[in-house]
Design a protein around this ligand. Structure first.
Ligand SMILES: [Ca+2]
Ligand SMILES: [Ca+2]
Ligand SMILES: [Ca+2]
Length: 480
């Protein structure tokens, strides 16, 4: 390349931008980089090949004052491909999927086969029709299409220096990296593009958008419905059905259950509508019982469309078959040592534990969906004794589970005690799942960086039994 710079280029080129293949005659040479950016093309790559081998590849800003220089080439025939680039410096795809129907009986025109050299009429590009197979990708055919921002030429080097004029078709609004209609959502994130990429970003201006989130068990953060995860199992909801009715409309849409459902767009006449959101189970598949639960929302649509954003919560008692299960968890005590990775362990010191502290007892408080403490007698944690609203029991090394309760929603607070002193506690009540005693982390209680009396790891270095954490400072065993 460096040598080539001092040699005269073997060809020169400019490019112009057209709104579409039909408007090729109105293609304009961009007069500034700002104009390029506004039309979605950031740069231009020029690739010169011969017999399928790349001889040269170079990139330019989309705006070039005058002609852009090609490489210096030996005499011969070359294929020159000119590609517009996105802001990410990647070209747009110019491929056709296996369902594309091209015409192999004509050559060069729109939808016709490419010619022998891989060329098409001006403004069209030779696109490969691809099909994925077990061995990789197979080329089914090569057809002329109006690919985004692409032009090809065959040039003869040896005589007069060719001057190429490459028309580039600007990208579709839904694939240009620009929020064209200024609604804050760009390209595929814009609901208009999600519905029909060919109609641009503003085709949703007078549409009605429904943005729904679902939650379960009173907004329990631990309750989710991603099929296949452990968390989904206790709830058994796999599909969310949205049914829109009113004014003669009756549209049903099913989505895989997830917290944030995909945006839904409707073209609706002004009026009042109802949106019914239903959670559905697996119809007995996978050992789960079929469950249906629904809530109805009101939607008002005006001349400029409507907007409904709502979170629909399905509490345990709203399930057709009310949710029942135990409340529980496995306490894990977090020992943070500055400079070392944080570890959490059970009640007794482990080999790699920084602290020789043995946790004696835990106090459990269970809160219901209204934030009220549940009576320890109702919970009946095995081995627990009731101290007011608290269930107190010897620090367990296996998951704790209450008796079977009707859900609602439950959250669990735990304190870990050494003697009479609280040395660890959950920062906030932890949302739990029915019959799913997951690990629950308790943080060390520190007052001015020091554990309360009775909660210290050590008073002298000799108390720190793990040689990795031999230094006693402010009651904690630390790194050397
Ligand atoms: Ca766009
Ligand atoms: Ca937009
Ligand atoms: Ca839009």
């Amino acid at each position: 390349m460096a040598a080539g710079c001092s040699e005269p280029p073997s060809f020169e080129l400019r490019w112009s931008i057209a709104e579409s293949f039909e408007l090729l005659g109105d293609a304009r040479t961009p007069e500034s980089q700002a104009e390029c950016t506004a039309r979605g093309i950031d740069g231009v790559r020029v690739v010169t090949t011969q017999g399928g081998l790349t001889i040269d590849s170079r990139e330019f800003d989309c705006f070039v004052d005058g002609l852009a220089p090609g490489p210096t080439l030996e005499a011969g025939r070359y294929l020159v491909e000119v590609m517009g680039l996105r802001r990410t410096q990647t070209p747009w795809s110019c491929q056709l999927d296996s369902t594309y129907i091209g015409d192999p009986n004509c050559t060069g025109g729109l939808g016709c086969a490419c010619d022998e050299e891989g060329l098409c009429d001006e403004g069209l590009s030779c696109a490969s029709q691809l099909q994925s197979t077990a061995d990789g990708v197979e080329i089914l055919g090569r057809f002329c299409e109006a690919c985004t921002a692409r032009s090809s030429f065959v040039i003869e080097i040896g005589g007069e220096r060719p001057e190429l004029d490459a028309p580039l078709i600007s990208p579709l609004e839904c694939d240009d990296g620009i929020d064209n209609d200024g609604d804050g959502l760009t390209d595929s994130l814009d609901p208009a593009c999600a519905r029909d990429p060919s109609r641009g970003e503003s085709s949703d201006l007078d549409d009605t958008t429904i943005a729904l989130q679902v939650s379960f068990l009173g907004g329990n953060n631990a309750a989710d419905c991603i099929p296949g995860t452990n968390q989904a199992a206790p709830l058994g909801v796999s599909t969310i059905r949205t049914r829109l009715t009113g004014n003669g409309v009756d549209e049903v849409r099913d989505d895989i259950c997830q917290r944030a459902l995909p945006l839904q767009l409707f073209e609706l006449a002004p009026g009042d509508y109802q949106v019914e959101v239903t959670g559905m189970g697996n119809d007995g598949a996978g050992g789960l019982e079929a469950r249906t639960l629904s809530e109805t929302l009101d939607l008002s649509v005006g001349e400029l469309g409507g907007f409904l954003a709502a979170t629909v919560d399905f509490a345990g008692e709203e399930f057709l078959e009310p949710v029942t299960g135990t409340v529980g968890g496995l306490p894990r005590f977090v020992f943070e040592v500055p400079g070392a990775s944080t570890m959490a362990r059970g009640c007794s010191p482990s080999n790699n534990s920084s602290s020789p502290l043995e946790i004696d007892e835990v106090d459990l408080t269970v809160l219901d969906i209204d934030g009220q403490a549940v009576d320890p007698a109702t919970l009946a944690f095995p081995g627990a004794s009731a101290v007011g609203d608290v269930s107190r029991l010897a620090c367990p090394n296996t998951g704790l589970e209450s008796s079977v309760l009707n859900w609602g929603s439950y959250a669990l607070s735990i304190e870990g005690r050494v003697g009479t002193e609280v040395c660890f506690r959950t920062a906030d009540p932890v949302d739990v799942l029915p019959s799913f005693p997951d690990a629950i982390q308790l943080q060390r209680v520190l007052v001015d960086g020091q554990p309360p009396a009775g909660c210290e790891d050590c008073s002298v270095d000799a108390d720190c039994t793990n040689p990795e954490f031999p230094r006693c400072s402010a009651g904690l065993c630390l790194l050397p």
